[in-house]
Design a protein around this ligand. Structure first.
Ligand code: ARG
Ligand code: ZN
Length: 850
């Protein structure tokens, strides 16, 4: 039965204190919990468990009567305060779900968000029960020399039989999802940070010995993030220790456990030989994200899981601001919007659409989505735009101040913003309730004799499952008009609040035909529909002074051209070619921006623009435009390719930007069909001094069927055979190859000895990447669907959370032609008919079938 937001009731018992003792062993770990429970309502004590059996239960030192009600342990307690002691035994090495306490690569570690703690100890496993934790870890010293948990290390010592112990105490009350422990043979990169008020914080990044040399970048990012959060949000760190541990088997990116962040190793480890520039940026972003959670998530947590976006949307917004401040803000904004469009827009337009504050769920793990995270961040960003920097900061200060040490709601956040700013956010709250990406239609008329322009805006919020009728949502739209003749801005930019379904804005004193620049900076997470001509878009791509709008004009020009070509097969490509040529030649533009601007929208994004996706027609049009851009501008690409070599191996922003543009140029040279394309890519591969250059060469070669391709992939595999994170790239690059034989390659790779089902990174690299490769996954034979369906079933037996995340590509069946749609549905039905399906996969599949 689904859990409903409307059913929220405060906890009947609070647990202000808990002492936990772990006798750690991979096969048989004993956990003793001593819970001080205090009555907060009427009813028995109910403690959540998942796969646990109690070995012993006592209350106030006396063996207690208890029963199991499903997975809950129930004790009928009279009185108002007791000490409940429970002992359980668990087997970390048998835990393939990677939730709770599990073994990874010889380490023991935990993941508790959202409901993993109940796989460790019986407890009211909900975020509005906050306890102070005292933890004792006992383990074999040789095998587990390092023992870490939350908060401060208070004691350690030797025990008989080669065992030892460590005691940790976390002074801050926290919900159970923030509990963590790690035991293992780890090396540490130590540093320290002095906070604004002069407190010294000991920092540690814990990894396997051979990875120690790859932790410098994460440490630098951590210290930068700590300083940034003090400067921009006034948030100081509160404990004397901050530890990060890297583990290789992890269900998602990382976890913000109080004082002991646990990370997927791919977001910690980076050096030039093994990490691309993109990897470097991802490490910094995730390190900052988890660090920022110390305030937005830990000091102020969520009342219930329906409020997840309270911490995730806000924290993503904060990490986006941080990353924008570290390099090019313009390029960062373009990247953020690309992620939103690639991951969130399809979610919002499909059977799994949900508001950023959902109303119900079957399995909460399925709601760690692009909607909660990325659209959630866009909603916070709109408040920032509407209120302005100073009032937004005042609202954030008030929010932290009011709710420190408590479990809050999304409404609390909005109310703090209102109270601090005096700005009425009334109907803006609809963004929390309504799913679906609004479509805004914009039409601009020019009355030349009157010198007036009139902008008519109209918004429609599409129906989504369970929400057939929608209300118009208030949104800030940054708008400017450019003079077609002068090429300059006619009026200062305005932020128009679109408050209803229709709105008209009048501009006076317009002396020449204006061209509309709208949703500048992507000020609202919506789709803009306008009838701007190819000429107007090309004009904006050369003259708009908002970098995002300039990029967007080029993208829209490419989209319009490709959509036309899909329909007619002979669209006029010359406006795109001319606009790309002009962009490449503009010396005022930074290389990273140029690289973004000249890249074609993905085939999947193009499919999203069509009423019925025709993957083959999209592929044909995409290849035609890409080939034409390559061939017509071959001299320009060669010039750029040579010019950008100056970026060399420098890790500075300029070097990164140049490598990026060089990689894009290489891709176009290969796509042009030039005879020397594969050799050029192979030469870059050979000479590469960074993983970025190696990776762009490999991606370019992956487009070809050449001896150079085979040689490079073989060399790459041999060189990195013992580095799992780099092997992931080897799998992923092949799975993403825009080739019609990719399906054969992927099926073969699934039988490769290095393909392991127990490692989520490896699964995402092959299966996840393949499923978003539109031309490969939607192979007309239906083999792609069958492959994914079989994978989901097989993975579900091992790791339901990871299996469930692979389902959505099949759920897009209604977007395709009848033949594909039927095959996709059949695959979903087959999965649904599997015996012993997890509730994770059940929810995704049953909702996908509609
Ligand atoms: N709170 C973590 C983060 O965003 C992610 C936890 C994901 N949990 C899950 N069950 N999917 O930093
Ligand atoms: Zn987060």
């Amino acid at each position: 039965a689904p859990v409903l937001r409307a059913d929220y009731a405060p906890p009947v018992w609070q647990v202000p204190e808990i002492a936990l003792e772990f006798d750690l062993d991979p096969a048989r770990t004993q956990v003793t919990g001593r819970l001080s429970v205090v009555r907060a309502g009427t009813g028995p004590l109910r403690l959540d468990g998942d796969g646990l059996t109690a070995d012993a239960v006592s209350v106030d030192g006396v063996p207690a009567d208890w029963t199991m009600d499903g997975d809950q342990l129930v004790i009928d307690l009279a009185g108002d305060a007791h000490l409940v002691e429970i002992r359980v035994t668990i087997a970390p090495e048998a835990n393939t779900q990677l939730m709770g306490l599990y073994a990874s690569d010889g380490l023991l570690c935990t993941q508790c968000e959202a409901e993993g703690f109940r796989r460790i100890m019986f407890f009211p496993d909900r975020p509005d029960v906050l306890a102070r934790y005292a933890v004792r870890l006992v383990a074999d010293r040789a095998r587990y020399p390092v023992l870490l948990s939350n908060g401060d290390h208070v004691d350690s010592g030797t025990l008989p039989d080669g065992r030892h112990y460590a005691d940790w105490r976390d002074p801050f009350p926290k919900p159970s999802y923030l509990f963590a422990l790690v035991a293992g043979d780890l090396a540490v990169n130590r540093d320290s940070f002095v906070t604004g008020s002069g407190k010294v914080v000991e920092l540690g990044i814990w990894v396997r010995e051979h990875d120690l040399g790859r932790t410098g970048h994460a440490m630098h990012a951590l210290k930068t993030a700590m300083a940034w959060d003090e400067r921009v949000y006034g948030r100081e760190y509160d404990l004397g220790v901050f530890n990060i541990v890297a583990v290789s088997d992890f269900n998602f990116g990382a976890m913000e456990n109080k004082g002991l962040n646990i990370f997927n190793s791919r977001y910690v480890l980076a050096d030039p030989d093994t990490a691309t520039d993109q990897d470097y940026d991802a490490v910094a972003t995730v390190v900052a994200h988890e660090y920022f959670h110390n305030w937005s998530g830990n000091r102020v947590t969520c009342r219930d899981w329906f409020q997840l976006s309270l911490k995730e949307g806000f924290t993503v917004f904060r990490d986006q601001q941080y990353s924008a401040d570290q390099g090019s803000a313009a390029v960062k904004r373009i990247e953020d919007v690309r992620v939103l469009r690639a991951a969130q827009f399809p979610e919002d337009g499909g059977p799994l659409a949900h508001p950023i504050r959902p109303d119900s769920y079957i399995e909460i793990s399925n709601f760690y989505t692009a909607t909660i995270y990325n659209k959630g961040a866009e909603v916070i960003r709109m408040m920032h735009t509407m209120l302005g920097e100073a009032a937004f900061r005042a609202g954030s200060d008030l929010y932290f101040d009011r709710h420190d040490g408590t479990a809050a709601t999304c409404e609390d956040f909005v109310a703090a913003m209102e109270d601090a700013s005096g700005h009425d956010l009334g109907m803006f709250r609809l963004w929390y309730r309504q799913a679906g990406t609004p479509r805004v239609h914009a039409a601009l008329d020019f009355d030349a004799p009157g010198g007036r322009a009139r902008l008519r805006l109209q918004q429609v919020v599409p129906a989504t499952p369970g929400q057939p009728d929608k209300q118009a949502m208030p949104m800030p739209l940054r708008i400017a008009l450019f003079g077609e003749v002068s090429g300059t801005k006619l009026l200062p930019e305005q932020t128009v609040m679109l408050d209803g379904a229709h709105q008209e804005i009048l501009f006076e004193g317009i002396g020449e035909r204006p061209v509309l620049s709208i949703n500048r900076g992507f000020s609202a997470p919506v789709t803009i529909e306008s009838d701007r001509s190819a000429a107007d878009l090309a004009f904006l791509s050369a003259h708009d002074d908002d970098p995002f709008a300039r990029y967007e004009a080029m993208q829209q020009l490419m989209v319009d051209t490709l959509v036309d070509d899909v329909a007619t097969g002979n669209a006029d490509l010359t406006p795109v070619i001319a606009a790309v040529k002009a962009t490449l030649a503009d010396p005022a533009l930074e290389p990273a921006f140029v690289a973004e601007a000249v890249l074609l929208p993905s085939e999947a994004y193009l499919g999203d623009q069509m009423p019925v996706v025709d993957p083959q027609a999209v592929t044909r049009a995409w290849d035609r435009l890409r080939g034409a851009l390559g061939a017509e501008l071959i001299a320009d690409w060669r010039g750029v390719y040579a010019g950008m070599a100056a970026g060399g191996d420098s890790l500075e922003a300029a070097g990164k930007g140049m490598r990026r543009l060089r990689g894009v140029a290489l891709g176009y040279i290969v796509a042009s069909g030039a005879a020397d394309g594969p050799a050029l890519a192979a030469a870059q591969y050979e000479a590469a001094g960074t993983m970025t250059d190696r990776q762009t060469a490999l991606s370019a070669l992956a487009m070809t069927a050449s001896a150079e391709r085979d040689a490079a992939f073989a060399a790459f595999h041999a060189r990195y055979a013992d580095n799992g994170l780099v092997l992931d790239k080897w799998f992923q690059t092949q799975a993403l190859a825009p080739r019609s034989d990719t399906i054969d390659v992927v099926e073969r790779l699934a039988r490769h000895p290095d393909f392991v089902m127990t490692n989520p990174n490896r699964l995402r690299s092959l299966v996840g990447a393949f499923a978003v490769n539109q031309r490969a996954f939607h192979d007309p034979s239906g083999r792609g669907y069958r492959f994914l369906g079989e994978m989901v079933v097989a993975i579900d037996r091992i790791n339901p959370q990871t299996a469930a995340k692979l389902v959505p590509p099949l759920g897009r069946w209604s977007r395709f032609d009848a033949a594909r749609g039927a095959m996709m549905r059949a695959e979903l039905e087959r999965v649904l008919g599997t015996e012993g399906l997890s509730k994770d996969v059940f929810e995704q599949v049953s909702k996908s079938l509609g």
